[in-house]
Write a protein that binds this ligand. Structure first.
Ligand code: AMP
Ligand code: TRP
Length: 324
């Protein structure tokens, strides 16, 4: 399958992002033809600091590469370095109805959130995203639930193009992680772990050891004693078991057995040490990249080159089909 996905260069990455989304990229790159982009052109549709953008892109690239995105197994690049994205966005823009854009949930939310900055780019966000996907003739698009509507939009755009101008694009399917992949806040296991929620409930992938230990040890559990996966009655413990299982690759029933008769404190202590070990390996990789930033720029350039090759072919085909 050909796969496309992208991520906006925003702030820090927490273990929920890692387990729920980045891990999916890492698994998919093993078996599929993957194109992964840093969506800087999407990032500028909401207010941003132009002096900080380059650093954000660089930091995101370092983080993803440290976590396991492998440039030998996929094309990993910065969206704005492949001009064909904007070119195809223009072409696609001429066949999609404005009404559909105005009905997008994200457009409505963001235009309320940034009343002073409702720009045409924000309205056209789904067109650029459809172009991202269609440019590589992607068949699968790993995204979070919140982006499903945009993938739907890309499907409609692809179908419409094929009908109007002749078969060109496969119709992409969203690949949504199952609910179980949701990592919950350590403080409030009713809600997803998130950057914007309680910081004490959120573990960054580069969290310092002391703070990581504190966060795990003070994670909410319940008044019981048993270490059991039970989403009805033991949301906190279940969440910790999910995290433990994801990082150790030990199945949950085996963990339940291992901790039978043991205390929450013992279980949490082991979990904290496991995370320190696993995230420590990732931190080491990050530090070595920071010492050699040229390696990152080189990888991104090569990724863009690989992407461009495919992108140019699609653009030629599309222009020809459209009579340009
Ligand atoms: P966000 O940081 O909310 O923009 O999300 C970026 C990606 O990470 C999306 O694909 C989300 O589905 C995923 N994600 C965010 N938070 C979590 C979480 N707590 N558990 C699992 N996946 C998450
Ligand atoms: N809009 C996506 C987000 O906010 C990022 C993105 C841009 C994307 N282009 C894409 C995701 C194409 C999947 C496919 O997270």
């Amino acid at each position: 399958m050909r796969i496309f996905s992208a991520v906006r260069p925003t702030g820090e990455i927490h273990i929920g992002n890692y387990l729920g989304s980045i891990n999916q990229w890492i698994e998919l790159q093993e078996q599929h033809d993957c194109y992964f982009a840093i969506a800087d052109l999407h990032a500028i549709t909401t207010p941003y600091d132009k002096n900080a953008l380059k650093d954000k892109i660089f930091n995101l690239a370092v983080t993803y590469l440290s976590l396991g995105v492998n440039p030998d197994k996929c094309a990993f690049f910065v969206q704005s370095k492949v001009r064909e994205h904007t070119e195809l966005a223009w072409l696609i823009g001429t066949i999609v109805p404005v009404g559909e854009l105005q009905r997008m949930t994200q457009f409505k939310d963001k235009s309320k959130q940034h009343k002073e900055y409702v720009n045409a780019g924000l309205l056209n966000y789904p067109i650029l995203m459809a172009a991202d996907i269609l440019l590589y003739k992607a068949e699968g698009v790993p995204v979070g639930k919140d982006q499903k509507q945009h993938v739907e939009f890309a499907r409609n755009a692809g179908e419409k193009f094929n009908k109007q101008f002749g078969e060109c694009f496969p119709i992409p399917e969203p690949i949504i992680p199952t609910n179980q992949a949701n990592i919950m806040s350590l403080r409030d296991p009713e809600h997803k772990m998130s950057k914007s929620g309680d910081q004490k409930g959120c573990i960054n992938v580069f969290e310092e050891e002391d703070s990581l230990r504190k966060k795990i040890m003070s994670a909410e559990t319940d008044t019981g004693k048993e270490i059991k996966f039970d989403l009805e009655n033991k949301k906190g413990v279940s969440n910790l078991l999910s995290i433990y299982s994801a990082f150790s690759k030990i199945e949950i029933p085996a963990l339940e057995q291992k901790y039978e008769g043991k205390s929450y404190a013992e279980f949490k202590k082991d979990l904290a040490e496991l995370l320190i070990l696993k995230l420590g390996e990732i931190k080491k990789k990050r530090d070595s990249y920071y010492k050699n930033p040229d390696i990152i720029f080189d990888m991104l350039d090569k990724g863009a080159e690989k992407a461009r090759e495919k992108a140019q072919k699609t653009i030629e085909e599309v222009k020809q089909k459209m009579g340009l």
